[in-house]
Each structure stands twice: as structure tokens, then as C-alpha cells.
Ligand binder design. Structure first.
Ligand code: SF4
Length: 717
């Protein structure tokens, strides 16, 4: 390959287009990485509508991770205390198939689990669903999206009758008021933030930006109004804003009457949130609350954005619905520049939602509990009626407790690193250690999770396989391979399909390439809310990225698909969006005299999740060399902690140690730790050693964002 190739950045849900050229170009010096090795040249794709040529430091430096520490061959070992031995694919696949068959017929299909990833392309997701939920008859497929945006999924479904962010990135240029809650967009979705920031600056004073976050993040620094609420008081704040909108007459009665249901019950709840009470609960001033409500009420177009600060909560779905309520009461949806807009974390978390890649979903926005949906999928896949179980599968935390209880006989983990990213890590690791048989499929080795595997399978990654990803604005991009996979690595979907064929499902896995897989998948979206039957690899290659819904070839992003609900009809049986009325239950583990601080965890600009890639990129390692703990000067003073004092942080579950960063950016009583460091990169610096698994009952997303801790300064002696 000598020409440049168009693809997508494999990090975050912004989904920036990339253009990649080989190291050597005629007449030009060979492109080299920071260590002097020849490497592919990566730049932003100016023609990609989502990013218009922009990339952040992660996208710009991604080429350096292509060759480092790649897992090249299948490896196996009999037990976790033995070293891995290189094996052939034949040996590895035989071992996997034999184990699946044994578990299937001794413990039943419900003892088989797969934990996948938003790093999958849609084809990988789809084939995994067909193998697990269809052929094997277990819904035990969950993805790391469970830890990231499953509360947004549940909130959209409960409010609108279907999942899917209703907005698009053009709304960033059109809004009068951006309301960012629980999202450090400047660091975690930088290209989106740059666009919003430009619009905000250009319309100085006219366009407002409100940021709700217990930390004064880079995002909060740019805001007109920063509401530094106490962790866990989001619903109080949102109900307080709604109270004032109602009191001041800023509601859209016509929209409420004609397009929604449930407003009277909601109004009864928000009347119980007068400003004084809300300000006291949230730890802000009444003036600040009133200013937020005034910005909302006086703006014609309000765009709300959120990510894990909202979703990773034991009341995540209620928080999402409470944000949506504000849009419903003011009619701020379906119009340019307005609407509730969840920002996805992983590059293809959206594709996972489309393909049914969570334990309660089936492809095409179907759900396992719905008998009609199950029958449609069984028939389409050529499987006997009743093959798909009516019971939702295990969420990833339920897989961990299933391992503890000896109920899981086969665990397949792919493209994710649960030995760093799961809550209550000590318990997670003990459960993984107990697994009778774990297959770990990844592009990199070593990783923390590889320590818990019996079989390692080398996976081709974004650079070496062609497939499709959907970003936060529902835009579908073809990611084209631009180099050969190293060693014996194979695409995830090819591995799943090969196992399926060896299990006897030859008809179900007759695919020559990923274009055929995608062509089959889109048929299952026909007449569904995410209809993308007008999309194919060939169309994406020739016409560029498309947004769904895209039901036929003539569908154009500009005319039909930019925004959802432009006709103000929703996917509920009566076509009305539903208000959800909630009182806050607060944090699942509030601080107390034994554990007096709230720990919140988050991300840094340069790093991506558990550093599987970014830890291998020199520039990013220099940018963020070490983990740390942020602590307010008042708390630091009381505990005798100074800048760079090492602090032992203890929760009821575990311990970690960090040097202190004493800063007023964090509120008194709260401390912050970045979540990127696992055992591979630093000793005793795992943020998730401290967190707990208490989850939202609707979305099953754990409350990774907050737990109670105590701090003990470590003295030199
Ligand atoms: Fe990649 Fe996200 Fe950065 Fe865009 S914003 S270059 S998708 S990491």
C-alpha cells in the first residue's frame, strides 16, 4: 500500500477522521516516531464531517503504538501459575471449542460468558452476538460500555422509547446555551470542546456555557458559570433548575401538552425543590442556581452534554432522565442547537448499541425480553424457535460474582482490560483468578488482564482490519485497514466466526469478508429506529461517512438524519416522550467519620483508559508521567499534607498511594485521582482498588465516580 488511507481514530467517541500514509513517500523523508523508528504518518481527515481535519494528541500520536508490544501468536498454559507456551491457532481453537462444548453440556450455556469492548468494530460486535446469543443460546455478552454509557441507553429508552443521542455536532455551533454536566469535555472529548469553545468565544456574552462538576476542570475554567456541586447532588440541582423554570413561567406548555406524558407527577416533585433547599444540598449559592435557571429559560436553544460523571452512578438512569426532563418542559429538542446529547466514551460504543452488544439487547435496537424481537432474530439467523433465551444475560459485574460463585465455566475477554477498569479491583482480580478457563483476546501483551488468562489470542486492531464504527453523533465511518496484521493476529469477528463454524454452525458464519458481515447486520435494522439499510462498506468508501437513520441509498445526512425527533414524535407507544420524576437517593457510599472524604476518579487529556496504547507512547508518558491525588489546601493543611507528600488512600475495599497535588480546583471534602494507572504502569496506584460496584438498578452501571475514603500521609520514617 502506498497511497493514504482514510480511517477513524480508535480512541474516543468523538470519532475523528484520520488520513494515514506509509512511512516512506516518494521524494519525502521517511516519517519517524519519537524514538526514531519509521512509522505511519497520521493526520486529521479534512473531509470527515465530524472532525474537519482536527485531532487531539491521542489521535496525532497513535502511530507510535502500532508495533509496540503486540501480541503476535496464540499462547496457552494449563494453569495461571505456569508460563505461557506458544501454540498454533489450531491448538488454541481446539482448546476453546472443546471447553465451550464441555461447559455447554455440563453446566449449560448460561455458564459461558463473553466480555467485549467499544473498541470492537460493528462487525465484531455483530458476530459475537450471533455466536453467543444465537448459536450458543446465552445472553451473557456484555461490553465495557456497561461501565461507560449504559445509563444513557436506559435513560433514552425510558424517556423516548428508543436509544440514540438526538443531536449532532453542528448543534455545537448553533446553541445559545451549552449545559455540560458530569463531563470534562475539554480533556476527554477535546475536538468537540474545541468546536464549542470557538462558538462560545465568537459569540462572547451571547452564548452561555454552564459547567456542573465538583472539580474546577479545564472545561469548567472556560464556563460562564461553574456549579461546583457536592458529589451525588445532580438530581437535586436539576430539579432545582426545573423548579425555577416552572415558577418563572419558562415552560413550553404547548410542547408539554402535545408531545409528552407524565408532566403533572413531575411538576409535583419539582415543586418540592425551592432554591434555598437546593443550594444548601448542592453546596452552591442561590444566586448561582438562579443564574443557571435564567440561562436555561432565556436561551432559545439549550444543548445539554454529559458523559461518565452522570452515567457512572447508582442513580445514573434517573440522572439522565432528569436532564431530559428539562428539555421536555422547555421544548428544547428536535431543533438545531438544542437537545440532550450524551457523549460516548469508546469509539464504537454506539455500534455496540446498534448490534445489541449489551447483555439485555439484541441487534437492531431489540431487547431479549421481547418475544417478537427474539423470534425475528432467530428466524433471520436460521436458528430454531426458542434458541435465544428470554432472560437478560449477566452484566460484567454479574460475571464477576458468577465467577465467585463457581457459576461461570468459560470466560472470553476481548479488547478490554478489566483487571484495571472494574470496580473493587481486589475482588475482581480474585474472581478472575478463580476462573476455570479464560480466553483473553487483545492486540497488546503484556496487559494486566493477560495475567488471568489460560489462552491468549492475538487480535488485529483498527490499523489492520476493515470495518465500521459509529460515533456520538450517530455518524458511521468505514475504517479501512492500511497495513497487514503483525504475526498471526486475526480480526476479532474472524476469530468468533471460526469458533462458530467449529461448533457446527457453518451456515451462520459463511462470510468472505467484513463487508458481507455488515451487509447482513444492516438488514436487521430495517424499519428499526436505527435503520441503516442504506449503508454499506461500498457506499461509505465512495460517499464518505453517513448518519443514521439512513434507510435507503438516497438518504442524506443533511436532509434526514442530523437530528432525531424533528417531528416531535417519539418511539413510545403513544408517540409522546415521557417525563420521569425522581428524588435523589444520594451517593451509594456517602462519607462518614471513618471514611470522611469523597473520592472521585476521572481521565486526563493525553491518556486513554488503562493505557494499553497510550502507556506505550513516549510523548503521552512525558505529558502525564505519574498518577496523583488532588486535595484541597484546607484538607491538606488539616492532615499535614503538602505538595508531593505521599498519601495512602484507603476505602473499605482497598488501598492505593499517590503523591499529593494540593489545589483549589477540588472542593473541600472531595479528592480526585486519575483512573489510568494499573499494576503494569505503577505500584499501588490503582484508583479502582478503592471504588465499589454498587450499580444503577436500571442500567447496571456501577458508581465508579464516587466512594468514601480516608487519607493518611506517609511520613519519611
Ligand atoms: Fe481521537 Fe477522540 Fe482525540 Fe478525536 S478527540 S483525535 S477521536 S481521541
Amino acid at each position: 500500500m502506498t497511497d493514504s488511507t482514510k480511517t477513524l481514530c480508535p480512541y474516543c467517541g468523538v470519532g475523528c477522521g484520520l488520513e494515514v500514509s506509509p512511512p516512506a513517500q516518494p521524494g519525502k523523508p521517511v516519517n519517524r516516531d519519537s524514538q526514531g523508528y519509521p512509522t505511519w504518518k497520521v493526520q486529521g481527515d479534512r473531509a470527515h464531517p465530524s472532525s474537519q481535519g482536527m485531532v487531539c494528541v491521542k489521535g496525532a500520536t497513535i502511530a507510535e503504538s502500532l508495533n509496540k508490544d503486540r501480541l503476535l501468536y496464540p499462547m496457552m498454559r494449563e494453569s495461571l501459575d505456569r508460563p505461557f507456551q506458544r501454540v498454533t491457532w489450531e491448538e488454541a481453537l481446539n482448546a476453546i471449542v472443546n471447553r465451550i462444548q464441555t461447559v455447554r453440556f455440563t453446566q449449560g450455556p448460561e455458564a459461558i460468558c463473553m466480555y467485549g469492548s467499544g473498541q470492537f468494530q460493528t462487525e465484531d460486535y455483530y458476530i459475537a452476538q450471533k455466536l453467543l446469543k444465537g448459536c450458543l443460546g446465552t445472553n451473557n455478552f456484555d461490553a465495557n460500555s456497561r461501565l461507560c454509557m449504559s445509563s444513557a441507553v436506559a435513560g433514552y429508552i425510558q424517556s423516548f422509547g428508543a436509544d440514540g443521542p438526538p443531536c449532532c455536532y453542528d448543534d455545537l455551533d448553533l446553541t445559545d446555551c451549552a449545559f455540560l454536566i458530569g463531563t470534562n469535555t475539554a480533556e476527554c472529548h477535546p475536538i468537540i470542546f474545541n468546536r464549542l469553545r470557538k462558538h462560545h468565544k465568537k459569540n462572547n456574552g451571547k452564548v452561555k456555557m454552564i459547567v456542573v462538576d465538583p472539580r474546577r476542570t479545564t472545561t469548567a475554567e472556560a464556563a460562564d458559570l461553574h456549579l461546583a456541586i457536592q458529589p451525588g447532588t445532580d438530581i437535586d440541582l436539576l430539579n432545582g433548575i426545573a423548579h425555577l423554570l416552572l415558577r418563572w413561567g419558562y415552560i413550553n406548555s404547548e410542547f408539554i401538552d402535545e408531545c409528552t406524558s407524565g408532566f403533572p407527577a413531575y411538576a409535583d416533585v419539582i415543586r418540592q425543590y425551592p432554591p434555598e433547599l437546593v443550594a444548601r444540598k448542592c453546596g452552591i449559592k442561590v444566586d448561582e442556581l438562579e443564574m443557571a435557571a435564567r440561562y436555561w429559560g432565556e436561551s432559545k436553544r439549550v444543548l445539554s452534554m454529559w458523559s461518565m460523571g452522570v452515567n457512572q452512578s447508582s442513580e445514573g438512569t434517573a440522572k439522565v432522565r432528569t436532564i431530559i426532563n428539562l428539555h421536555l418542559m422547555t421544548g428544547q429538542i428536535g431543533n438545531p442547537g438544542a437537545g440532550p446529547f450524551s457523549l460516548t466514551g469508546q469509539p464504537n460504543a454506539m455500534g455496540g448499541r446498534e448490534a445489541g452488544g449489551l447483555a439485555h439487547l439484541l441487534p437492531g435496537y431489540r431487547v431479549v425480553k421481547n418475544a417478537v424481537h427474539r423470534a425475528e432474530i432467530e428466524q433471520f439467523w436460521g436458528l430454531p424457535a426458542g434458541r435465544i433465551s428470554a432472560a437478560p444475560g449477566l452484566s460484567v459485574w454479574e460475571m464477576i460474582t458468577g465467577l465467585e460463585a463457581g457459576q461461570v465455566g468459560f470466560l472470553w475477554v476481548a479488547a478490554t482490560n478489566p483487571a484495571v477498569s472494574m470496580p473493587d479491583l481486589e475482588r475482581t482480580k480474585k474472581a478472575l483468578w478463580r476462573s476455570p478457563f479464560t480466553v483473553y483476546q487483545d492486540a497488546y501483551y503484556p496487559t494486566e488482564t493477560a495475567n488471568y488468562a489460560h489462552v491468549l489470542l492475538p487480535a488485529a486492531q483498527w490499523s489492520e482490519k476493515t470495518g465500521v464504527m459509529t460515533n456520538s453523533e450517530r455518524r458511521i465511518t468505514l475504517c479501512s485497514a492500511f497495513r497487514e496484521a503483525p504475526g498471526e493476529a486475526r480480526a476479532d469477528w474472524e476469530i468468533f466466526a471460526e469458533v462458530g463454524r467449529r461448533l457446527g454452525f457453518t451456515e451462520q458464519f459463511k462470510f468472505a469478508n467484513s463487508a458481507e458481515v455488515y451487509a447482513e447486520f444492516v438488514q436487521l435494522t430495517r424499519k428499526r429506529p436505527c435503520d441503516m439499510t442504506g449503508v454499506s462498506h461500498e457506499r461509505l468508501a465512495t460517499e464518505g461517512p453517513q448518519q443514521w437513520p439512513c434507510p435507503d441509498r438516497s438518504s442524506s445526512a443533511e436532509s434526514q438524519s442530523q437530528r432525531l425527533y424533528t417531528d416531535f414524535r417519539f418511539h413510545t407507544p403513544d408517540g409522546r416522550a415521557r417525563f420521569g420524576a425522581y428524588h435523589s437517593r444520594g451517593l451509594a457510599e456517602p462519607p462518614d467519620p471513618d471514611y470522611p472524604f469523597v473520592l472521585t476518579i476521572g481521565r486526563l487529556y493525553g491518556h486513554w483508559h488503562t493505557q494499553t496504547r497510550t502507556g506505550r507512547i513516549e510523548k503521552i508518558r512525558q505529558m502525564h508521567p505519574n498518577p496523583f491525588i488532588e486535595i484541597h489546601p484546607r484538607d491538606a493543611g488539616k492532615l499535614g499534607i503538602q505538595e508531593d507528600t505521599w498519601v495512602e488512600v484507603r476505602s473499605r475495599r482497598g488501598m492505593a498511594r499517590f503523591p499529593a497535588k494540593v489545589t483549589e480546583a477540588i472542593a473541600p471534602g472531595t479528592v480526585f485521582v486519575p483512573m489510568h494507572w494499573g499494576a503494569l504502569w505503577a505500584e499501588n496506584a490503582e484508583a479502582n482498588a478503592l471504588t465499589h460496584p454498587e450499580a444503577c438498578p436500571d442500567s447496571l452501571e456501577p458508581e465508579l465516580k464516587a466512594c468514601a475514603v480516608k487519607l493518611v500521609p506517609i511520613t519519611a520514617d
